[in-house]
Ligand binder design. Sequence first.
Ligand SMILES: O=C(O)c1cc(=O)[nH]c(=O)n1[C@@H]1O[C@H](COP(=O)(O)O)[C@@H](O)[C@H]1O
Length: 282
Amino acid sequence: MTVEPFGARLRRAMDTRGPLCVGIDPHAALLTAWGLGDDVAGLERFSRTVVEALADRVAVLKPQSAFFERFGSRGVAVLERAVADARAAGALVLMDAKRGDIGSTMAAYAAAYLDPASPLFSDAVTVSPYLGYGSLAPAVEAARAHGTGLFALALTSNPEGAEVQRATGADGTTVAATVLAHLKAENAGERPMGSFGAVVGATLGRSVAGAGIDLDTGGPLLAPGIGAQGATPADLPEVFGAAVRNVLPSVSREVLRHGPDTAALRRSAERFAEEVRAVVVP
Ligand SMILES: O=C(O)c1cc(=O)[nH]c(=O)n1[C@@H]1O[C@H](COP(=O)(O)O)[C@@H](O)[C@H]1O
């Protein structure tokens, strides 16, 4: 059976549910603010509440693996359950693990997140191309085989990213532009949208256009940094220009702080989705 590619599934979800990704980031401070313990029981209650509130309505849920891993194997078990429940309720799951390693180890990471036989099987995973884009080849291959996707870090939302990502090679091309060009090649010919996404922070203002970096990769553009890091949906056109149609804005703390009230979580996510729709001209 051929599986529909991730890019096509994501395009449909963004069009029907609204272009929004909500992060499941169970910070210790959020667990406390929700009246939960900073322990596995608190973690489980938190992630179940977010999944129950949002998985049947937002396009993408993005669990941040680190917050589950800090509780060891029992935390990872909670993550497995959250991924499966979110997918069963109709959300696409983007595992935020930011993996990157030499090719043979990368193949094991790809098996962990992108192979349907894995307990952590997700629709897509974030990956770091900073061991060289070619080191991601096994993940690209797994994504093509299983109808899943990748989001490679290109221009991250944090200020420290620039020293690596904006460094230039001998021909004057920035590292980030090289990553984006590789992604564009992966997505060539894929309609309506490719499965190989880039991460580009919503916090970057005019600096991307100012550097002449081409964001038209034919794939999705995950835009974290909305809310707690200071960006708003209104900033998206300035950062992304004509590529804004493929932008999947991502927000974590600014939605999660409304919990544990499920209605308030839903209202917050709906408000963000509406604000994004207003700036994305179809
Ligand atoms: O890949 C990511 O999601 C990501 C990339 C990036 O450039 N910046 C960034 O903040 N993120 C993640 O997005 C989430 C941001 O959370 P908030 O700042 O609470 O919305 C965290 O899970 C980060 O790890």
